[in-house]
Design a protein around this ligand. Structure first.
Ligand code: ACO
Length: 312
């Protein structure tokens, strides 16, 4: 009977049908989704930190307002995603405990430092640009609560990407030579980590095959990375910056850019907890959680009071 259920499930998903929270699903499908959605949620939450570093130092009121709005959006994305993961039967407390104890993964990209103001523009352009490339196909993920959350997230991410690109364009077109140099410096540091966001090569990606078969992933890690490079290089040309890859060149036969080898040792080091900012990010997150304990307690006490009132 179990085998029959699985076959029916795979047939449904294979035809492009969506799965809802109350539908039967294989355990491994549920586990894979909790893993991916919770890692994604954690990435949104930890992703607020590198940018938060620049809120007090944004150069104008306009840039500060945009940056605060963007960081709030990311907090919101984290919350929709935790809610989507909760529909699979894992509590938010469990997911947060995994993050705070260092057990859960989150995107490698957020373990790099934001050293100059242009980093904020480059995060919008490259990091959010890579995130959109990876996330648009997730709007068609077979698990419907995740797919629905991704639609709104992608709309907001596209605003994030464009504000980043626009702020770099202003620096490159109207800036001083020093400001232009800041942009190039930021691109040099963020280019390779942005390519790493798409994950290991398909042949080294243990989860890809099953996730593609179940319609969780629609496009592979390497194909998304190639799409990102192809879309981004013309934008770099408009900006007037170069990417730090001597092997980058247009391949007329493939009609794609060829690009150099990624430093996978660096990638696995950062994923494994030993990147430039892993310890700092985790410590900041844990402190924020601890400092917020009184707010959560007050909110729970208030909710209990309201419930007793309603019952009386
Ligand atoms: N950073 C940290 N860990 C990573 C990264 C990365 N850039 N890429 C892959 N990994 C991890 C995977 O989570 C997996 O670990 P696990 O099996 O212990 O969970 C392992 O490396 C092997 O990778 P894959 O088999 O390729 O894993 P998967 O099929 O889950 O693909 C991917 C990875 C593409 C990141 C996928 O999970 C995904 O699309 N996630 C949703 C998008 C997302 O999380 N974006 C976050 C950054 S964008 C943002 O927040 C602005």
């Amino acid at each position: 009977e179990e085998a029959q259920r699985l076959a029916a499930f795979e047939a449904r998903v294979g035809e492009g049908e969506f799965v809802e929270a109350k539908d039967w699903m294989p355990d491994h499908y549920r586990k894979t989704l909790v893993r991916q959605i919770s890692q994604h949620a954690h990435s949104e939450i930890v992703g607020m930190l590198p940018e938060g570093n620049w809120v007090t130092r944004a150069p104008t009121l306009k840039r500060k307002a945009i940056l605060m709005a963007k960081i709030q959006d990311e907090g919101g994305h984290g919350l929709y995603l935790y809610s989507a993961a909760e529909t699979l039967g894992t509590s938010r407390d469990q997911m947060l405990e995994a993050l705070h104890s260092g057990k859960a993964k989150y995107s490698s990209i957020f373990n790099y430092p934001t050293l100059n103001w242009a980093d904020i523009g480059v995060i919008g352009w490259l990091v959010d640009g890579a995130a959109i490339m990876n996330q648009v196909p997730l709007c068609r993920c077979s698990y419907a609560p995740y797919a629905r959350a991704m639609i709104r997230i992608c709309r907001e991410e596209s605003f994030h990407q464009r504000q980043g690109y626009e702020s770099l364009l202003v620096m490159m077109q109207k800036g001083t030579p020093e400001q232009k140099a800041l942009v190039q410096d930021a691109v040099n540091r963020w280019w390779w980590p942005s390519l790493m966001m798409f994950g290991p090569h398909d042949k080294d990606s243990p989860n890809s095959e099953q996730s593609m078969r179940w319609g969780i992933k629609r496009i592979s890690n390497d194909d998304l990375r190639q799409k990102f490079v192809d879309a981004t290089i013309p934008q770099a040309e408009v900006l007037g910056v170069t990417v730090p890859d001597p092997d980058l060149k247009w391949n007329a036969e493939r009609e794609h850019y060829d690009f150099g080898a990624i430093d996978w040792d660096e990638f696995w080091r950062v994923v494994g907890g030993d990147g430039p900012c892993n310890r700092e990010r985790l410590a900041t997150r844990v402190k924020a959680w601890d400092d917020g304990a009184w707010v959560r307690e007050a909110a729970l006490a208030h909710a209990r009071k309201q419930a007793t009132k309603a019952a009386a």
